[in-house]
Every structure is written in structure tokens, then in C-alpha cells.
Write a protein that binds this ligand. Structure first.
Ligand SMILES: NC(=O)c1ccc[n+]([C@@H]2O[C@H](COP(=O)([O-])OP(=O)(O)OC[C@H]3O[C@@H](n4cnc5c(N)ncnc54)[C@H](O)[C@@H]3O)[C@@H](O)[C@H]2O)c1
Ligand SMILES: Cc1ncc(C=O)c(C(=O)O)c1O
Length: 310
């Protein structure tokens, strides 16, 4: 399977519309599904924004692609060669949705789950055909970040893994194939960083704003150009050995969720989607901030495409 003829995207929240817009751009007939009628009504706006971002990125349009919003799951799945599950990160919900999907989908369809890190084998535990399920972890915003983690579970067929890698490359993205571990690779690293960041802010070592400045320039800027393994070579492994020798024991080992985060989620302060989180957003601020972030990502992606690989 290179670009699927028909793609079903199940879940149209933060991730679904960008995924749908990108697959359509490469010529797939995409059906975007959600349980919420209100969410599906808003999808047109999110799709239009994603399409304009793809224009600015210079992603060419393959004729024949389209996205339609489909409230009925069976209709969304009808004839799909690729299904991308993007419903909330809850094991019980994902298992239930995967059961519905596999009961309705074509026998030879590939079912990709966009879970942020629930092991694929756990999601597939009750499936009649676990060989069709595979982790397809996009990074947010999915139409902009050109890398997808591909994670076979214990029972995923090799042919399914190979077909998905082919699809990822056919849409111009890098495929990173991994063995399954909770969080996969990207989120294990991201969450190690976030745990330490939250701990430093909670301890009052640094303000939220200064922490963001420090990580953006001191870490993010370099890591946008080279990966951590190359960074070790640039710094010197002897330096890493000396610093890690006294520093690693000081780092956060918090096994639970940061109290700062649980306090905010308890107040339904979920970030940009609710208009408040680590920062406060006034009227119009969220749209402006999202536009700034996208503009920055487009600029950096263009610049990085001229640099040598990691
Ligand atoms: N937000 C991110 O940065 C990000 C990045 C990568 C992966 N993910 C993962 O992608 C998945 C979706 O994340 P999101 O941020 O888009 O979530 P979200 O909460 O923004 O959207 C999920 C959507 O799924 C819908 N939904 C719920 N039950 C459904 C069902 N039975 N059938 C169809 N639709 C249903 C909801 O109405 C909602 O619109 C999660 O597994 C998440 O961990 C998220
Ligand atoms: C905080 C956070 N958690 C999960 C993911 C992806 O699964 C992301 C992301 O893609 O950016 C994230 O920021």
C-alpha cells in the first residue's frame, strides 16, 4: 500500500483534521468521523486551516483527493484501505472503538492507532484480527511535523508494517520503526523533559516564561538541527560522563503526574483548547498564538529541509 485509495480517520479533535487534510493532499479519499455532531460541524474550519498550511509548506496536490465528514462509523469505514484511529487516550475507549472498526472494515485494511504510547499489544488484546493493528503515531500538528513512528505490536503482521512504512514515505514523511515500549520513543523522551520542566517550575527554580525561553534556545534550537546522539558527540562523551556522574541523581523521578498539572485539569484549565493552562489567554489570543506557532514551524521546516540529515 502506498497512498491508500480510501482512508478513514476516526476522531476529529486536535489530530484528526490535520491527518485527514494531509492524506487527501496525497490523493486519498478521506472520510473523517467523530461521535460528536458539534465536533464534525467544526471540522470544516479546521480542515480549511490545515489546507492553507499545506499550501504554505508547498506540499503539492495529487488529483482525486478529498475529505468528507461522515457521522456514521460504518459509512466512514466502508471500503477503506487504511483506518487511522484518533480517539481520546483511554484504553477502554480505544479497545471499544477498535472492536467496532474491525467488525466493519475490509479484511485487508490496515488499522493504524495514533495512541500516544499505549502498547499496541494491549490495545489488540481482545481483537479478532490483531495482525491488522499497528501503531501510527503522528506528532502534533500532524500536517506539519514530517515524521511518524511506526510501532508493530507482538501480533502485527510484517506485511502490515511494511505497507505502513511505504504509506508514510509516500506522503513525504520519515518513518521511524520501533519495538513497542510504553510511550514509544518520542513521548518517552518528551515526557522525561516535561517531568523535569514541571518539577523545576513547581519548586520555584524558574518562572514558566523563563523555562520556555531556556528550553527553546538552549535545547530545542540545537535539537532541531541534530539529534541527541550527535549532540553527545558534539559536546564530548567525557563531559557527559562527568556531568551525568553528579547530575542524574538530582533529576526528578516523580512516578505520578505533576500536582501543578492535576490542579489545572481539576479546574478544566486544559490549555489552548479551553482558553487557559500554563499561560492565560485573552479573547483572540489563542488563534493568534496558534498562527504564530504554525508560522514558526513552517519557517523552521523550510530552513531544515536545506540542512544535512541528523
Ligand atoms: N494532541 C496531541 O498532541 C496528540 C499528538 C499525537 C497523538 N495524540 C493521540 O491522538 C489521539 C487523539 O488525540 P486528540 O488530541 O486529537 O484528542 P481530542 O480529545 O482532541 O479528540 C478526540 C476526538 O475523538 C472523538 N471521539 C471520542 N469517542 C469517539 C468514538 N467512539 N468514535 C469517534 N470519535 C470519537 C471526540 O469527540 C474528539 O473529537 C489520542 O490517542 C492522543 O493521545 C495526540
Ligand atoms: C504533551 C504531548 N503529549 C503527547 C504528544 C503526542 O503524542 C504531544 C505532541 O505530539 O506534541 C505532546 O505535546
Amino acid at each position: 500500500m502506498s497512498v491508500p485509495t480510501t482512508t478513514a480517520v476516526i476522531g476529529s479533535g486536535t489530530m484528526g483534521p490535520g491527518i485527514a487534510a494531509l492524506m487527501a493532499r496525497y490523493g486519498s479519499t478521506v472520510r473523517l468521523n467523530d461521535v460528536s455532531a458539534e465536533v464534525l460541524e467544526r471540522a470544516a474550519g479546521a480542515l480549511a486551516i490545515a489546507e492553507s498550511v499545506l499550501d504554505r509548506l508547498g506540499v503539492p496536490t495529487t488529483p482525486g483527493g478529498s475529505v468528507s465528514c461522515e457521522a456514521d462509523l460504518a459509512a466512514a469505514l466502508d471500503g477503506a484501505d487504511l483506518v487511522i484511529e484518533a480517539v481520546p487516550e483511554r484504553l477502554d475507549l480505544k479497545r471499544a472503538v477498535l472492536a467496532e472498526i474491525e467488525a466493519a472494515v475490509r479484511d485487508d485494511a490496515v488499522i493504524g492507532t495514533n495512541t500516544s504510547g499505549i502498547p499496541v499489544s494491549e490495545l489488540a488484546a481482545d481483537m479478532a484480527h490483531p495482525e491488522r493493528l499497528i501503531g501510527m503515531h503522528w506528532s502534533n500538528p500532524p500536517h506539519v511535523i514530517p515524521m511518524i513512528e511506526v510501532i508493530p505490536g507482538e501480533r502485527t503482521a510484517e506485511g502490515v508494517r511494511d505497507a505502513l512504512v511505504e504509506t508514510v514515505r509516500a506522503i513525504g514523511y520519515e518513518a521511524v520503526v520501533e519495538k513497542e515500549v510504553p510511550g514509544f520513543v518520542e513521548n518517552r523522551i518528551l515526557y522525561a523533559i516535561l517531568r523535569e520542566c514541571l518539577s523545576l517550575v513547581e519548586q520555584g527554580v524558574v518562572s514558566r516564561q523563563d523555562l520556555d525561553t531556556c528550553v527553546k534556545w538552549g535545547i530545542g534550537y540545537k535539537l532541531a538541527v541534530i539529534g541527541p546522539m550527535r549532540l553527545l558527540d558534539m559536546a564530548g562523551l567525557d563531559i557527559y560522563e562527568s556531568v551525568a556522574g553528579y547530575l542524574n541523581r538530582e533529576l526528578s523521578t516523580e512516578a505520578g503526574v505533576s500536582p501543578l498539572v492535576t490542579e489545572m485539569t481539576g479546574q478544566r484549565k486544559l490549555g489552548m483548547k479551553t482558553g487557559g493552562g500554563m499561560y492565560a489567554y485573552g479573547e483572540g489570543d489563542v488563534a493568534a498564538k496558534r498562527a504564530d506557532i504554525i508560522a514558526g514551524l513552517i519557517t523552521v521546516r523550510r530552513a531544515l529541509s536545506d540542512t544535512t540529515p541528523v
